[in-house]
Design a protein around this ligand. Structure first.
Ligand code: OSB
Ligand code: MG
Length: 378
């Protein structure tokens, strides 16, 4: 990372860990489970001058997407981050504290993001110093649609998403997904020439591969994390059965090493990059540059973040000019109310990057949705 940024001093007077619970507009079902509200951890870093940096830990409250879960994140920060932080340190010092910790990527990313916000303000840093791409001003947005049970309801949801102008419709699937639901909506997708994607959250094992055939053969598209992470044996079997299967990695890429391995094994066609999943901003920059150097198509994924995580995702997405769509829906798609104003909005399937500069976090909304807060003085 940029030297000036790394050497920037970041003071610390208070570190607060807020667990929030934001009601969702609708429940959401995937191969992982059902979600009705978004529990999240917000790290609030207050410096000696009273300036605030926020970071969101966007892992799930349970260990069903990754090994991390929210209450565990709080304990990790208490035991292995807070004792090493000081009243004064450089941004590099913060990164060094985090680097010692194996795994816990979403948690480390939240601390890094909070410190980064303060360090960048003072050093005038911009991501364009490191990412070799010309940023776009309008970011194309895709919607991730949960698993549905009822045909008519599913049809209406798909129709509404098309109407809203989303640039891609991504459908959650699992081996138990009934394909007649898709037969029912296919005319909508095909007649409107909709860019379609699927995400199985690693749910297809050896015994389920026959069921993957419907998706491989009906659509000419990439499937996100069809197979369980690290199961190269399942990958080989799937490729043997479906030579045209193209894979977008999500859960499987937790760091640049995972990406390099998959790339060299020719087991990846596209990357869903989640800033938290790979451990934060510096890790994401490295991964983006690797993708660019090796012509791996990449887009920014989401974890149902609140506005805090969403704005960071938006900033990264702006540096992927070739991406067709990112999982970066407007706030109103997920929540009754967000914790930033103005909320992130979408216009005809695009989010304007200028929103990053004008949005601010609303402390009263943080309080409204807060379940617990733990605070440390320095
Ligand atoms: O697999 O991409 C995923 C949300 C939570 C956990 C995992 C995933 C998702 C999404 C949400 O698909 C996409 C979004 O935030 O719009
Ligand atoms: Mg996914």
């Amino acid at each position: 990372m940029n030297r000036k940024l790394l050497q920037q001093s970041v003071s610390l007077s208070q570190l607060e860990l807020h667990i929030l619970d934001l009601p969702q507009k609708t429940h959401f079902t995937s191969g992982i489970g059902i979600r009705t509200s978004r529990r999240t951890l917000i790290v609030k870093w207050v410096d000696a001058e009273g300036r605030i940096g926020y970071g969101e830990c966007s892992c799930r409250p349970d260990p069903y997407y990754s090994a991390e879960y929210l209450d565990g994140a709080v304990i990790l920060i208490q035991k292995f981050v807070v004792p090493y932080l000081k009243k004064e340190q450089t941004f590099q010092d913060v990164l060094d504290i985090l680097k010692r910790i194996r795994g816990w990527n979403f948690t480390k990313a939240a601390i890094e993001a909070a410190a980064f916000q303060l360090a960048r303000q003072q050093s005038g840093y911009n991501l364009s110093k490191e990412i070799k791409a010309t940023p776009v001003q309008k970011v194309p947005v895709g919607i991730s649609l949960g698993i549905h049970q009822d045909k008519a309801g599913f049809y209406d949801v798909v129709e509404a998403a098309i109407e809203a102008g989303y640039q891609r419709l991504k459908f959650k699937i699992s081996p138990s997904a009934t394909t007649d639901l898709f037969d029912h909506i296919n005319p909508l997708l095909f007649d409107n020439n909709i860019h379609t994607g699927f995400d199985a959250n690693g749910s297809f094992y050896h015994k389920d591969l026959d069921k993957l055939g419907y998706f491989v053969h009906t659509y000419d598209t990439i499937i996100e994390q069809p197979l369980p992470p690290s199961r190269f044996d399942v990958f080989l079997a799937a490729k043997k059965q479906y030579p045209t299967l193209r894979i977008c990695a999500d859960e499987e890429v937790k760091n640049i090493g995972d990406l390099i391995k998959l790339h060299q094994l020719k087991a990846i066609d596209q990357l869903n990059l989640k800033v938290g999943r790979v451990g934060g901003i510096s890790a994401s920059i490295e991964i983006l540059n690797y993708c660019q150097d090796h012509h791996i198509s990449c887009w920014i994924g989401g974890m149902f973040e609140t506005g805090i995580g969403r704005l960071l995702n938006l900033e990264f997405a702006s540096y992927l000019p070739d991406a067709k769509a990112h999982d970066l829906s407007p706030s109103s798609r997920y929540f009754m109310e967000d914790i930033i104003i103005p909320e992130v909005t979408m216009n005809k399937g695009f989010v304007d990057v200028k929103q990053i500069e004008v949005c601010e976090v609303l402390p009263e909304m943080m309080e409204k949705f807060r379940l617990t807060v733990v605070s440390f003085e320095f």
